[in-house]
Design a protein around this ligand. Sequence first.
Ligand code: SAH
Ligand code: SF4
Ligand code: F3S
Length: 450
Amino acid sequence: MNNPSRRYHITTFGCQMNKADSERMAGILEEMGFEFSEDPNDASVILYNTCTIRDNAEQKVYSYLGRQARRKHDDPNLTLIVAGCVAQQEGEALLRRVPELDLVMGPQHANRLKDLLEQVFDGNQVVATEPIQIVEDITKPRRDSTVTAWVNVIYGCNERCTYCVVPGVRGLEQSRTPEAIRAEMEALSRQGYKEVTLLGQNIDAYGRDLPGATPEGRHQHTLTDLLYFVHDVPGIERIRFATSHPRYFTERLIRACAELPKVCEHFHIPFQSGDNDVLKAMARGYTVEKYRRIIQMIREYMPDASISADAIVGFPGETEEQFENTLKLVDDIGFDLLNTAAYSPRPGTPAATWEGQLSEEVKADRLQRLNHLVSVKAAERSLRYQDRIEEVLVEDQNPKDPSQVMGRTRGNRLTFFAGDIQELRGQVVKVKITEVRAFSLTGESLLVTA
Ligand code: SAH
Ligand code: SF4
Ligand code: F3S
């Protein structure tokens, strides 16, 4: 290559899986001798790691891409890559839409970036979207944080929620072995990381595809077993996991979380709708009653646990009354955080073809009403923190106030307090909470414990 700059840029859209994939792809690019550039216009390799969960996520990608495609006309040495879920969904069609692209690669191919790029540098336009067995990652990811890290435990999703593109773009479930997961956590601990979030689209499915059963016939590798297996990695002080699926969530898992001191008291369990008929049409495989029982059980074991979830409003055919059932569930449970979205019909999913699609106005109105309730309830939930002493793992400086640092409580509330980031980064600090807001807290440091 005669391009002098050898700089790369990555913009990541979408969920934590994509963030984790981007960190691994960045690691591969650095091993190849590229240097990170914040500004895409300074880079000779530009990678967009894309999301297609809703239409607006996908459209955002096209507008970013259009800009760089035009730039390529002046700078033919520019290498343009689309990775992730839009790449998987669109495949060859993406090349027809944006002929300037050099490489279109699905999420299962993230670890193969070096191979694929070499084919590009040999003069080929490459599309890598065929389903493959993901190879164990041997490169060193370039992680965004030096304190907290994602660790994939299961890729893909075997559910068939009728609104969702994820199974189509992420493929079948594939668990990593407990040994590989533990080895990655040990490496993280040697590098000074303090917190690990175990990741899977449906993390409760962990281990189903691995061989082995207990003498009682129970599957040997479950998420619960994994937590026990990795819990004592020295240096890792906190363990989180996401995303939980109500269909498979077990009391055994709750007990493990209550019992294992490093596992944080925070559960992310999307419910999607508070109405049984809508849940059925979504093919979620549980009822509102079962969901309520799960939350109740969590609160019996861990009264202070924080609960977050995802919900969709305006699913095809959703009546006002069914929507109100969602409001009622949100009102009753009192979530610490709820990610809400208006239903977006996605190509290749069953619900997109159904009758009873709601107007954008109705969806926007329901979304706004739900969001209002969510912030009222989150503010109520935050009140319990007032004057309490919380353990905060310091991650960074407060970008809005350099005299403050920020981190998270065990329950995952973002917390700010006065302090020096050089001194405190990666420390667990006892903080007295002096101010509470719906989604964040402010406090004063008491002492350094770790
Ligand atoms: N695996 C997780 C969620 C993955 S996608 C789970 O099962 O809950 C993240 C969130 O995006 C979903 O929880 C859902 O709330 C939302 N989502 C997915 N498809 C959507 C669609 N077509 N329209 C609107 N929101 C959607
Ligand atoms: Fe999508 Fe359902 Fe799988 Fe979650 S469990 S990723 S919502 S298909
Ligand atoms: Fe988006 Fe793909 Fe994640 S569609 S939400 S980036 S799995």
